[in-house]
Write a protein that binds this ligand. Structure first.
Ligand code: ZN
Length: 250
């Protein structure tokens, strides 16, 4: 198999605007995520792109050669152009994997790919998150124990307004009592989508070894297998004789 080609997209605003976030992620959240992917896929080609670069750091050529696009965004979802959100959706339908993290639940590409509001409940109260592994045999759960904890995270609570996941891999419990479907997969067209919950910018979640491993495993699972543009519905010639080949369509 060809080396895995991953593009990590990050809004990259909190790190520059808030000292606590900049100190946690001196190379940006995209830097930490790219490093996690590279750590677990040493031969992978990992590229990063950020919001304020021209065209948000994206190009059609970059999308076409990306096996997976990882997405972190929070406060500036509206700044992502509809045209690029549509281009990402098209590429997912053609076979690219999309791994959406944390507050990326509200990003334009994810909402387009899901077709629902993708809303949820939230609370920022430095509370404990306990993540339960529901599918230990799944490739994304490789190396992940039955349960692990993040000492402090933002709470996300149900109902998460997404279509029924094809697979539910992890369930989170929060100190305040809520639960959340925190690791879900979907198939869309020829592509695969993953949502993984942890990663609020003021906590060191993307330095946690299990969180990093899950992000990397998700890239391996969601990686592109094909690139097929299925946008058109072509009329096709019969393989066997049929009564009226070429009949005028009315
Ligand atoms: Zn957050």
């Amino acid at each position: 198999m060809e080396p895995l080609r991953v593009t990590v997209w990050n809004e990259y605003l909190h790190e520059l605007e808030h000292e606590v976030v900049g100190n946690l992620y001196p190379d940006g959240i995209h830097g930490a995520l790219a490093n996690a992917v590279q750590e677990h896929h040493p031969t992978a080609e990992v590229t990063t792109a950020t919001l304020r670069q021209p065209d948000h750091g994206l190009s059609q050529a970059l999308l076409e050669r990306s096996d997976v696009l990882v997405w972190w965004g929070h406060k500036a979802h509206a700044e992502v152009s509809d045209a690029w959100a549509e281009a990402v959706q098209r590429e997912v339908l053609a076979g690219m994997g999309l791994v959406v993290l944390h507050s990326g639940h509200f990003c334009k590409p994810f909402k387009r790919v899901m077709g629902t509001h993708c809303s949820l409940k939230w609370r920022e109260a430095d509370e404990k998150e306990r993540l339960w592994n529901l599918q230990p045999a799944h490739p994304i759960m490789d190396g992940i124990p039955e349960m692990f904890e993040l000492a402090q995270e933002e709470m996300y609570g149900e109902r998460f307004d997404v279509p029924e996941p094809d697979e539910l891999l992890m369930l989170s419990w929060f100190q305040g009592g809520e639960v959340f479907r925190s690791l879900c997969t979907w198939h869309r067209g020829h592509g695969r989508g993953v949502y993984f919950r942890p990663g609020h910018e003021t906590y060191p979640s993307y330095h946690h070894p299990y969180v990093r491993r899950i992000v990397a495993n998700a890239c391996g699972w969601a990686r592109r297998r094909v690139r097929i543009d299925a946008a058109k519905a072509p009329m096709t010639a019969a393989l066997e004789p049929v009564p009226n080949e070429g009949k005028e369509h009315v």
